[in-house]
Design a protein around this ligand. Structure first.
Ligand SMILES: O=C(O)CCC(=O)C(=O)O
Length: 300
């Protein structure tokens, strides 16, 4: 899987302006057929609880073996699988994130493997939310997410939808990933923010990636198709993002993994530096053999 930085895939100045104005960007296709096949295979293995590194992910919901009748969400799947880790620590994603944010270095915050199984209706819904609602333990709020599609993603199989410009609204506290009644949640968030949602569908071909700012409101509806909606979501932060103690998110796993004090930068093996400007064409924190990934070793 070629995850080197390809300059032709980087956002243009116009793309960067678009991202900063709207809080999202529908990016290029970064995976070829071979990489897609490898990642779909590893996606299925991780969902089934077959962890190639021998190390389980941070969380796996619903647990392996339970019926696939609702959305599957697996946090830090890169601990469990070296091919997933290659994507989640990819300098290509880091380089794009650096351009979009203006940061000179990018670290991994955590990753998420998502599956909306076919025909799972509202059980696959993701409630409207801002990621920063869960990440107030980090500052500044300039983190962002790469959402990598492993299938063609359309409204029918429950594509992500974003509210353009909502990253400038501040935090709307009602947001929740886990609420499945999208209409009521939207009404409540519109009432609270005093603004209407104008939703944009993030329709992507398999292998393409979209980016969204950590304050952009987003969510997704049911998968009413006979196809799965598989994705790998890579949450990233500018190098230098710091721990902010005493927030409602002090119980976030990243706080525990950092084990630091208020103001400490998130760094170390659990927050790998995946891109640094000026380090040549490519930067990678990890080139060695598969099980040698520092976060996997540190987590054992
Ligand atoms: O996949 C979805 O529908 C939502 C994903 C999400 O919440 C995220 O990428 O931050």
């Amino acid at each position: 899987m070629d995850m080197q930085v390809r300059k032709d895939l980087l956002p243009t100045e116009e793309d960067v302006r678009f991202y900063r104005e709207n809080g999202y960007w529908l990016g290029p296709r970064i995976l070829d057929e071979e990489a897609l096949e490898a990642l779909r295979d590893r996606h299925a293995r991780v969902v089934a609880g077959d962890y190639a590194t021998g190390r389980p992910p941070l969380s796996h919901t619903p647990p392996p073996g339970e019926p696939l009748d609702r959305i599957v969400k697996i946090d830090n799947a890169y601990w469990a699988d070296p091919v997933v880790a290659r994507l989640s620590t990819s300098p290509m994603l880091g380089a794009i994130a650096a351009r979009l944010t203006g940061a000179s270095g990018i670290r991994l915050w955590h990753d998420q493997l998502l599956l909306k199984p076919p025909d799972t209706g509202a059980q696959g819904n993701v409630g409207w939310h801002q990621d920063y609602g869960y990440w107030q333990c980090a500052e500044p709020a300039d983190m962002l997410t790469a959402w990598v599609a492993l299938d063609d993603v359309t409204l029918e199989n429950g594509c992500m939808q974003v509210v353009p410009g909502s990253h400038k609204w501040g935090l709307v506290p009602e947001g929740s990933f886990f609420v499945q009644d999208l209409e009521s949640l939207q009404a409540e968030m519109e009432r609270r923010s005093g603004r209407g949602f104008e939703l944009v569908q993030c329709i992507l071909p398999a292998g393409a990636v979209s980016f969204h700012h950590c304050l952009t409101i987003h969510g997704s509806g049911p998968n009413v198709s006979g196809r799965p909606r598989r994705s790998i979501v890579v949450h990233m932060m500018p190098d230098g993002t710091r721990y902010r103690a005493g927030t409602p998110n002090d119980n976030h796993s990243s706080v525990r993994l950092l084990s630091g004090r208020d103001g400490d930068p998130y760094a170390g093996p659990f927050f790998p530096l995946i891109y640094r400007e000026g380090s040549g064409e490519t930067w990678t924190c990890w080139t060695a053999g598969e099980s040698a990934h520092p976060a996997v070793a540190a987590a054992k």
